[in-house]
Every structure is written in structure tokens, then in C-alpha cells.
Write a protein that binds this ligand. Structure first.
Ligand SMILES: *[C@@H]1O[C@H](CO)[C@@H](O)[C@H](O)[C@H]1NC(C)=O
Ligand SMILES: *[C@@H]1O[C@H](CO)[C@@H](O)[C@H](O)[C@H]1NC(C)=O
Ligand SMILES: *[C@@H]1O[C@H](CO)[C@@H](O)[C@H](O)[C@H]1NC(C)=O
Ligand SMILES: *[C@@H]1O[C@H](CO)[C@@H](O)[C@H](O)[C@H]1NC(C)=O
Ligand SMILES: *[C@@H]1O[C@H](CO)[C@@H](O)[C@H](O)[C@H]1NC(C)=O
Length: 353
């Protein structure tokens, strides 16, 4: 009787202990002998701004969910491609993020209400300001992070214009455009890195090129002075080739941009000598066998694939202190649901070494 605790004999327990000890040794061994690596999952997503605002609270949305499972024969698969209000989309967005469990989740087009909803729903704090006034007005290029995995060392926002240190619009651009810069430290390993989240203009190719050049200049400064990898994510409104490819080509060093065309207060502050600095496309750096999901990141709210394009990117510095592990462009529309956004989420796993 005494030796049959939880239905196991003493002999079974001894065997269990032996197996457990082996496992403990196995799992601890690599950490004790090699430098620890920092694993990061980064999810970036243009959420589509709240273009159909209403007063429905998060609690009301949750209470309105139907807990009865639909029957497949009755389901209207992919039936409604119409844009739904944010109040209907936010639970799906929350779930898509929670399921991926990223250390970092960045958004574009998030209005104040949207980023506050996600802070509540995800339990992740965020860094970022409204781009129209540096306060709460306009869209946030917010950077959410898992507070149990990362801490913020420093952060700032600059504008992708001729006057980067004040909320401002590039001449000819459709909107104010900003970049959020966060210097993170891993709580687990102490490794530090910089993440920059931006949304380039949808109307001015000159703005997109200037924006990419400013971010690249700032990133080179971080690499040279802080010796950290720099990750650059967001909606570029720029494709890899074609009429809109300027920002992609500048980011990846296939096209050049003159330092003298950038604001001199900015180039003085972030002065660096890395004239050859470039970003690498994390998708391209990912081994072919570890790439999955969709190619296009923009779908629109449509029932056809016409106009689908790859304009949301994740880049990282061409430095040797990180490696791409996995890459996926996820889904924004499930079969019995509706479009969660007009963009798909981009997700990568990278390791800092
Ligand atoms: C909930 O879903 C079930 C299964 O699809 C459906 O039969 C029912 O009408 C729905 N209820 C409401 C209130 O929409
Ligand atoms: C599709 O969604 C729109 C926007 O919420 C709604 O007005 C419309 O009734 C929906 N159509 C169908 C067929 O459910
Ligand atoms: C981000 O930067 C602002 C402005 O310098 C500062 O007030 C804030 O405390 C910083 N946030 C974190 C989490 O460090
Ligand atoms: C550079 O930007 C700063 C701050 O945003 C601004 O005060 C300054 O006038 C700009 N310089 C030029 C040459 O435009
Ligand atoms: C980064 O790219 C530049 C330009 O192609 C090159 O000169 C430099 O050697 C690269 N650095 C690394 C670490 O690959």
C-alpha cells in the first residue's frame, strides 16, 4: 500500500526518476557549454485602421460571440469579403497573435482605440505614438512585446520627412509617416537588439525612398555604435520589382540614396561610417525548406486574388549576429469568418547569437 502512490510501484518510480535525471542532464547540457542563443518570433501586421468606428466595447464583442459550433454542410465558405468594423475583427486579430505567441508584435495603421484594445486583449505593453501629433492622434506604428521575455532599454519615434524630429509630412505624401525605434534586451539571455517599425507612404514613391534611406541610416548608426542587430519591419507600400520598388531596393542596397538628401540634424545625430550598410530580406535568408504560408501580404477586401502583392517586409541588418530560422506569411481570412484585415500577418523566427 505505502509504495503505491499515484498507482506506481516503487520500481516504476525508481525507473521514472532515472529517466527524469537523464532528461535533466540532456536539457541542461547545451546551456552549460555553449553561449546561449536568443530565440525571437516577430509578427508584423498592418491591421487596417478602424474605418467603421462604433461604440461596441471589447466585453460586448466577446458576449456577442456564438459558442455553438457551425455544421460544415451549412457553412458558407469564404462568403463575406466585405470589410467588417474593428469591433468585429479584434478578437480574430488577438487570437491570431496569441496563437503565434510572438516575443514582438508590431502593427501598422493602429488607431489609439485599436492599440489600447490589443494591449488589453493580449496583455502585452506597447511602445509608440500617434503619428499625426506624437500623442494619440493618427495611426500608431506600435511595437507590442512580451514583458516576460523582453525589456525596453530605450525608444523613440522619428518622422519620415525632411524634418524628422517633429510630427511632419513629406511634400507630396498622402499622410504623416513615422518610424518607431525600440532598443530591447532579452530577460533570458541579456542580448540586446533594435527593432524599427515603419509604414511608408501609399502615394509618394519619393517619400518611400526617403523613408527607407532614413531608417537605413539610423540602423547603420545603431549597428556601428551599439554593436547590435537591427530588425526593420512594416508596410513598405513597395514591391520587390516594378514601379514601386524604390524603398525595397534602397533598403537592400540595390539602389543608392545620397546622405546629403537627408535632414542634416538627423545625419549629424546619427552620424556613422557604414556607407555599405544594408538590410537583408528575412524571407530570402530563411532556408527554402523553412519557408511557408502565402507569398502576398496585401489582399485588400476582395473576393479575387487580383492585386494581391508582397509589400510588407521583415528585414534585418547584414551583420553576422543573427540567423533566419523560419518564415511565414499567415492568413487574414478563414473559411467561416471574414477578413481580419486587408493585409496578412508576417511571422519570422530568428535567432540572435
Ligand atoms: C449560432 O450558430 C449556430 C450554428 O451555426 C446557428 O445555428 C445559430 O443560429 C447561431 N445563433 C445566433 C444567435 O447567431
Ligand atoms: C457582409 O458583411 C457586411 C458588413 O458587416 C454586412 O453588412 C453584410 O450583411 C454581410 N453580408 C452577408 C451576406 O452576410
Ligand atoms: C519610451 O520612451 C519615452 C520617451 O523617451 C519614455 O517616456 C518611456 O518611458 C519609454 N518607454 C519605456 C517602456 O521605456
Ligand atoms: C531638420 O529637422 C529639424 C528637426 O525636425 C528641423 O528643425 C530642421 O529645420 C531640419 N533641417 C533642414 C535643413 O530642413
Ligand atoms: C553588408 O553589405 C555591404 C554592402 O554590400 C558589404 O560591404 C558588407 O561587407 C556587408 N557586411 C556583412 C557583415 O556582410
Amino acid at each position: 500500500m505505502m509504495d503505491r502512490v499515484f498507482g506506481l510501484s516503487l520500481r516504476e518510480k525508481m525507473l521514472g526518476l532515472a529517466v527524469l535525471s537523464c532528461l535533466v542532464v540532456l536539457f541542461n547540457y547545451p546551456q552549460a557549454t555553449v553561449a546561449q542563443e536568443t530565440n525571437l518570433r516577430i509578427q508584423s501586421w498592418n491591421l487596417r485602421y478602424d474605418s467603421k468606428p462604433n461604440d461596441i466595447t471589447v466585453q460586448q464583442t466577446i458576449e456577442g460571440l456564438n459558442s455553438t459550433l457551425p455544421i460544415d454542410v451549412d457553412t458558407k465558405w469564404f462568403s463575406n469579403y466585405t470589410e467588417q468594423p474593428w469591433s468585429s475583427r479584434r478578437i480574430g486579430v488577438k487570437n491570431e497573435v496569441q496563437f503565434n505567441n510572438p516575443e514582438i508584435f508590431t502593427v501598422n495603421e493602429g488607431l489609439h482605440r485599436q492599440v489600447e484594445d490589443l494591449k488589453e486583449l493580449l496583455g502585452y505593453p506597447y511602445i509608440g505614438v500617434g503619428r499625426d501629433d506624437g500623442g494619440e492622434a493618427g495611426e500608431y506604428e506600435a511595437v507590442f512585446y512580451n514583458p516576460h521575455a523582453l525589456e525596453v532599454v530605450s525608444n523613440d519615434t522619428f518622422w519620415l520627412s525632411d524634418t524628422p524630429f517633429e510630427p511632419s509630412k513629406y511634400p507630396g505624401a498622402g499622410s504623416y509617416r513615422s518610424a518607431t525605434v525600440v532598443h530591447f534586451r532579452s530577460l533570458d539571455t541579456g542580448s540586446t537588439f533594435v527593432l524599427i517599425n515603419a509604414h511608408l507612404d501609399d502615394q509618394s514613391d519619393d517619400q518611400r525612398k526617403l523613408g527607407a534611406a532614413l531608417v537605413k541610416y539610423r540602423a547603420a548608426y545603431e549597428v556601428e555604435n551599439k554593436h547590435v542587430p537591427v530588425i526593420f519591419v512594416g508596410d513598405f507600400n513597395s514591391q520587390v520589382t516594378g514601379d514601386s520598388d524604390g524603398a525595397y531596393l534602397i533598403s537592400t542596397g540595390q539602389q543608392t540614396f545620397s546622405e546629403s538628401d537627408l535632414n542634416s540634424t538627423f545625419t549629424d545625430k546619427y552620424s556613422n561610417s557604414l556607407t555599405d550598410f544594408n538590410f537583408l530580406d528575412i524571407l530570402e535568408e530563411t532556408p527554402a525548406e523553412n519557408r511557408m504560408g502565402n507569398l502576398a501580404t496585401f489582399t485588400g477586401f476582395k473576393d479575387t486574388t487580383s492585386g494581391f502583392s508582397r509589400i510588407d517586409f521583415q528585414f534585418a541588418s547584414n551583420t553576422t549576429d543573427w540567423e533566419a530560422v523560419r518564415f511565414k506569411v499567415g492568413d487574414n481570412w478563414y473559411d467561416d469568418s471574414f477578413y481580419l484585415s486587408d493585409h496578412r500577418p508576417v511571422i519570422s523566427d530568428i535567432v540572435l547569437n
